[in-house]
Design a protein around this ligand. Structure first.
Ligand code: NDP
Ligand code: 7N6
Length: 312
């Protein structure tokens, strides 16, 4: 494979300005250009494309390689790409710090009641919490479901502030900073003692609806659910019912079945629910991390080596 023209699809704008990445990659051998949806000729010139969105037009554009700037590749039609002979790589590996810090932040907001104070400040309201509301994260049990880049980023930071960290993955193989690792068959046992359950799996046939009525039932009623995976990994109706029924105490949600979260969702108005706009991984250096991955794979292509983060 040879890459002479690398396109940056305008959809990366959802995460950073396309021009930033173009400049960062300007020293590459292939020419690098920003490509818009309206410019079929420019797309047809590309051998490779860096993108956020998936478009059907990619399939017949004669591309050799597509790089997704996300870790999740649930929106890409894998078998069609394979059939078209297009290699797909993803961006797993770059979100451990950003998402780890976001999850630590939202857990601290909940424990220290900071989310409530922020809302009160908007209303100029001076109300101290009930004496038994605030707690500290130290010694609190957290179960991290999915122990890859995101899960390990969360586990490391939770461990650093003294939480009792357990986790779940497909194999029960051990992971740094996690005291006990459960296999996914033991999900209920794993989450039943946790004060926080943080979901960090990819969306697959196996994980769709992984957290549903039975799982929220299995959680403690003073527990909080954190979702940084994908909205469809949890059954959102079951989550709303569990929150309304007091089966769990609250949630910090970055991802939803429908995004943006519809205006009439009850999740917006719940006292102990924190809603973030799929921004857990956002950071000013995002384009630099993507550039590193693209440069690394361009070198692999030159050397005729296997690509990093290859999905298809
Ligand atoms: P990784 O591939 O590094 O890790 C995935 C982890 O999930 C692995 O530990 C894997 O287990 C585990 N897993 C897979 N299937 C199951 C299952 N059925 N039950 C339990 N565990 C399972 O991916 P990342 O950490 O990079 O990303 C994970 C997902 O998070 C992405 O696919 C994306 O959807 C989402 N994401 C969201 C972001 C946001 O902005 N909110 C940012 C980045 C990612 P094993 O270790 O055994 O293989
Ligand atoms: C970009 C979010 C992923 O799957 O959804 C995330 O990598 C990316 C801020």
């Amino acid at each position: 494979m040879q890459i002479s023209h690398l396109g940056i699809h305008e959809s990366v704008e959802a995460v950073f300005p396309p021009e930033q990445l173009r400049e960062e990659l300007s020293a590459l051998d292939p020419t690098v250009a920003v490509v818009g949806d309206g410019d079929r000729d420019a797309l047809a010139d590309c051998d490779a494309l860096v993108t956020f969105a998936y478009r059907e037009s990619f399939l017949d554009a004669d591309l050799e390689w597509i790089h997704s700037i996300q870790a999740g590749y649930d929106r890409f039609p894998l078998s069609e790409l394979e059939e078209a002979g297009i290699i797909l790589t993803n961006s797993t590996g770059i979100h451990g710090t950003s998402v780890g810090e976001t999850v630590l932040g939202t857990m601290l907001e909940i424990a220290r009641r900071l989310h409530r104070f922020s809302r009160q400040q908007v209303a100029h309201e001076w109300t101290r919490p009930d004496w038994d509301e605030p707690f500290t994260l130290q010694h609190e049990p957290i179960c991290v479901v999915g122990l890859g880049t995101l899960g390990q980023g969360i586990a490391k930071r939770a461990d650093a502030i003294g939480m009792h960290v357990t986790g779940v993955r497909r194999s029960a193989e051990s992971v740094p900073h996690v005291r006990t690792v459960y296999a996914n068959d033991d999900l209920h046992e794993a989450i039943s003692d946790a004060r926080f359950v943080a979901l960090a799996t990819p969306l697959t046939d196996e994980t769709e609806g992984l957290m549903g009525e039975a799982e929220f039932d299995a959680m403690r009623d003073d527990a909080y659910f954190v979702n940084v995976a994908r909205g469809d990994c949890a059954d959102q109706d079951a989550l709303v019912a569990a929150l309304q029924g007091g089966d769990i105490a609250g949630a910090a949600l970055d991802v939803f079945e429908e995004e943006p979260l519809p205006e009439d969702s009850p999740l917006w108005d719940m006292d102990d629910v924190i809603v973030t706009p799929h921004a857990a991984a956002a950071e000013v250096d995002y384009y630099r991390h993507i550039a590193e991955l693209v440069r690394e794979n361009a070198q692999h292509i030159d050397a005729d080596e296997e690509l990093t983060n290859r999905v298809v």
